[in-house]
Design a protein. Sequence first.
Length: 453
Amino acid sequence: MTATGDGPAQPGLFDLGPEEPPAPDGQASVDVPAAPGRRLVVETDGGARGNPGPGGYGAVVRDAESGEVLAERAAFLGVVSNNVAEYSGLVHGLRAAAEIDTAAVVEVRADSKLVVEQMSGRWKIKHAELAALAEQARQALPPGQVRYTWVPRAQNTAADALANAVMDSGGTIARDHTEDRVPSSAVSGPGRAGRADGQQAGWSGAHDDAEEAAAAEANAPRSSGTPLPRHDGEPVTVVLVRHGVTAHTESGRYSGGDTPGPPLSELGRRQVRGAAAIVRRVGTDLWPDLPTPSQLVASPMVRTRETAAALGEPLGLTAGTEARLAECRFGSWDTLTVPEIEAGWPGQLLSWATDPDHRPPGGESMADVGVRVGAVVRRLAADRRGSTVVVAAHTVVIRAAVGLVGQLPAAHWSSVRIPPASVTIVRVWPQAGADGHLVGDLTVVACPAELGA
């Protein structure tokens, strides 16, 4: 099933088929893990009677399944702006959720579009005080565990009532109703008179719509490119990061998937820090129309697990491993240099690079790698639609993903250069095309890690 530049794609390589192939010999396949922890909802609100003016916040933490209230937080803040009050409610709501479960998967529901859009990364935060509060929110729970949803004010009455109660009383509210604690309730304050419906003079409960409109206009996302019509539904975005260099990379030696392989060198660790800085910006000020990363997976090789750890730190994500993302098995060529391979197997290295079916002695062909990589991409497209998954992987694996999504003949995959720690982004829809091929697009190929340094 060798393909040429003028011939059709290889059957069995681009044709996805109904079954997933087994993992390479001796390697157990592990599905991409779902995010761990209890599912919680944080409802948050804040306001100021006048802008700025006397203000406060309210936050309610609920169990996502039952809707049961687990915690309530509210406090009078003195004279503040509406936005500071809203962000304060977010910070304290997330802290209350973290007290219940540090591994919680949280949906924040707020009626402030400014908070939702800025914390989702779609709008920039230019105000220094809001930026500081946003960082406190990110410190309360890792960003990868939190997503933000805008809701109408009518659906945010519990948090709104708490905020108004403390603006009336000038005090604080801290109530915990969790099953694993002794129930507690704390309410303090001077007991100032006033109405709890937010209708005191100078207070209408309205956000600063002009400020939000201006922020929306200033932060309208620039598209990563006008998409062609595709299948219904949302694609998965897969951010593929090649590992940084190792001692083998620096000496020109092949490192395949037969063994765990060498760790990153000091240069390799610096490279992946640059890649991590780029990946953290995906969905914000880089490729802003893409979802921000919410899942992380790595090849089981030592160098890719180290790379994934560096990528996950700023994202607040922990990597799962997937055996089918291991580097191509080079068999007898493993740990050898190009001159050493040429001396022992004249001409075979070029044949392996240009003939999809050619295998190194005891190793894998390009077609073999393409089948297992295609199965992983298909699974991600089905299970993680509408989200962004970051993958720490290898040269041949990333070439295969680019080739499959771009429908390039495998005979030409080796012409795609994938430098160490470079970032490649593809999008894939869950449905296969009429011809059985993956349906997707290439957003970026081999963005160098040095741009994030």
